[in-house]
Each structure stands twice: as C-alpha cells, then as structure tokens.
Design a protein around this ligand. Structure first.
Ligand code: MN
Length: 316
C-alpha cells in the first residue's frame, strides 16, 4: 500500500543509545487517515505515533477494515524499507517493477524489500470484506541500499497451545521461525486467542500488541479494538486475556539505534535524500522502473515540505 495522505509531513525518528532504560508501557491510539480518491478507504494508523515512533525496526502500522471496500493503490515507489502485507479477510493482488505478480490471502505473507528503489501496485479482488494490516520495516543503514526483492510465503509456521494459535509472520516466536528474510532482529506474529494465555518474549526486544478484532487485556491493561499497546523492552512474558475468540498482532524487535527520516513512501536519513527520490519518481527515473501489467496512471508524489525537519526524540 501507499501512504496516500494528501499532505504528508516528514517524520523524524531518533534512535536510542544502547543501554537506555525502557519507556513505560502506554496505549497508542490510532489516528484515522482517509486515503483519498473516489473509492476512499480509511485506515487506522498507530505508527509512527507522536509518543512512540518505532517498535524495533517496525516504523509504520496501518490497520484497515473489516469493511466491504476496495483497495486500489496504483503504481507508487518505496525506498529504504520492507513492506509486510497481511490479510485477515479478503484477497489482494500485488504487482511490482521486478515483474512480480502475486495474490495474497489471509494467513499468507507478501514481503517486498524496496532497498534502493521499487515501484508496486495493489488491488483487492472480488467484493469480500477486506481486513488487514500494512506494516513497514525500516532497513538499517547497512541494508537500506540493497537490491529490491519480493517474496511470497504461503506456508508460515504455526504454534498451537491451549487457547492459542500463533502464525509466525516474521522472525521467531515461541520456538518457531518464519522463513521470511529480514535484516535486523525483529518479529511479527498473528495470535488467535480463545482463552487467557501467557506467551514468551525476548527481553532484548521492545514489543507492541495491536488489537485486531475486539478489545483485549494486555498485562491487565484494557486495549481498545484498533489500539496499539506499546510494552517497552525487558519483559520475558506477556499476558493476554479476551472475553471471547479474538486476534492480535504481536510486533517486536531490538530498539533501533539509528535515526530515520520518513516521508510519504520513503524511509531515508536526510531531507536531501528524500527530495532526490521524490524528484526521480516524478521524472520517471529507472531507479523505480515501471509496473508491468498495470495500465493505471502512477501516483504522483505530493509536495515535499520546504522546511527540513531536525531529528526529534523517538519517545516523549
Ligand atoms: Mn506501497
């Protein structure tokens, strides 16, 4: 998906020095972002958040649906990140400038590595209810210029325990490991709960829990549907309690030590670098290429704010 905000601001995300104490847990309330266009979808965005900008290398969390709507995101560019497309219902078709053409269904992962630059498009198929999340992973400085790549994983590992079925999307969880290729220590899992459960965490990771279906209790704190409960780092387990059957997304990773600058669909480090990527997209530069099989007009980049941001603390 694309960040279709009409006037996106630059988001600066300062990294943490090693050894910094964990921030306190807190609820990150979503903000509703209308994606514009004639068939507008509204998404609930919880990262970046003004209080917490990143969770490990996770730098962008959009949650949409369940809703009878269409996703129609024509060709647009990315740099410096990986996109994780995850559906809870519906079906989406992905095309990219590498020539990939791949449908994704619930329980399957589409993982696109933008690296130096890629263009892609995404359209929902059929009239089924659409429910899903779009996550971005910031590539660390030693990987952000990597060759672009696309991978589909249709058979992800599951962990089954009393009251819990977990699908490991990225990284490791409860002894199972996803085959998806990532470049920094991080994880994501969908947890389907039918009872109160306690799950293991890595104390070196910071974590957050997104309430996908209903309100849920996370370590005895009520997290409303759509909210992202930030947990900090240092814990070795997490307690989850729901009134009935429900699903959450668990995201975690080692706290980033690097500063990021995010704007529109780009993750970079400097205003000049973002400005150059924008100009190249607007000019049809081969850095991004064309998306074969998609005849729709490409998304034009919005205007870039003229005032360059200075890095701000990632927590406050
Ligand atoms: Mn996209």
């Amino acid at each position: 998906m694309s960040n279709l905000e009409q006037r996106p601001q630059e988001q600066s995300c300062a990294g943490h020095p090693a050894g910094e104490p964990s921030p306190d847990p807190r609820l990150l309330e979503p903000r509703e972002v209308p994606l514009g266009g004639p068939r507008a979808m509204t998404v609930r965005r919880t990262l970046p958040h003004k209080q917490i900008r990143t969770v490990g290398a996770w730098c962008f969390v959009d949650h949409y649906g369940p809703e009878r709507t269409r996703m129609a995101v024509p060709p647009h560019p990315h740099i410096g990140l990986q996109t994780v497309s995850w559906l809870l219902s519906g079906e989406v078709e992905h095309r990219d400038s590498l020539g990939s053409l791949q449908r994704v269904r619930p329980g399957e992962l589409n993982l696109m590595t933008a690296g130096h630059g890629i263009a892609h498009s995404e359209y929902s198929l059929g009239d089924a209810t659409l429910h899903g999340v779009q996550l971005w992973v910031a590539l660390t400085d030693d990987h952000r210029e990597t060759t672009p790549a696309f991978a589909h994983h249709g058979d992800l590992p599951e962990v089954q325990e009393a009251g819990l079925r977990a699908t490991v999307i990225v990284g490791g969880f409860a002894g199972a490991a996803s085959p998806a290729s990532v470049h920094s220590p991080l994880m994501a899992a969908e947890l389907a709960l039918s009872a109160d459960v306690t799950v293991p965490l890595d104390p070196a990771f910071e974590y957050a829990v997104l309430a996908l279906d209903t309100d849920i209790r996370v370590d005895d704190v009520v997290v409303p549907h759509g909210g992202l409960q930030y947990l900090g780092w240092g814990a070795d387990e997490l307690r989850l309690a729901a009134a009935g059957t429900t699903r959450v997304m668990l995201l975690g990773g080692e706290p980033l030590t690097e500063d990021l600058l995010m704007w529109w669909n780009f993750v970079g480090r400097t205003h000049a670098e973002i400005d150059a990527a924008r100009e190249q997209w607007q000019a049809g530069d081969p850095r991004f290429g064309e998306v074969p099989g998609d005849a729709n007009p490409r998304l034009p980049a919005p205007a870039l704010p003229t005032v360059a941001l200075k890095p701000r603390p990632s927590r406050r």
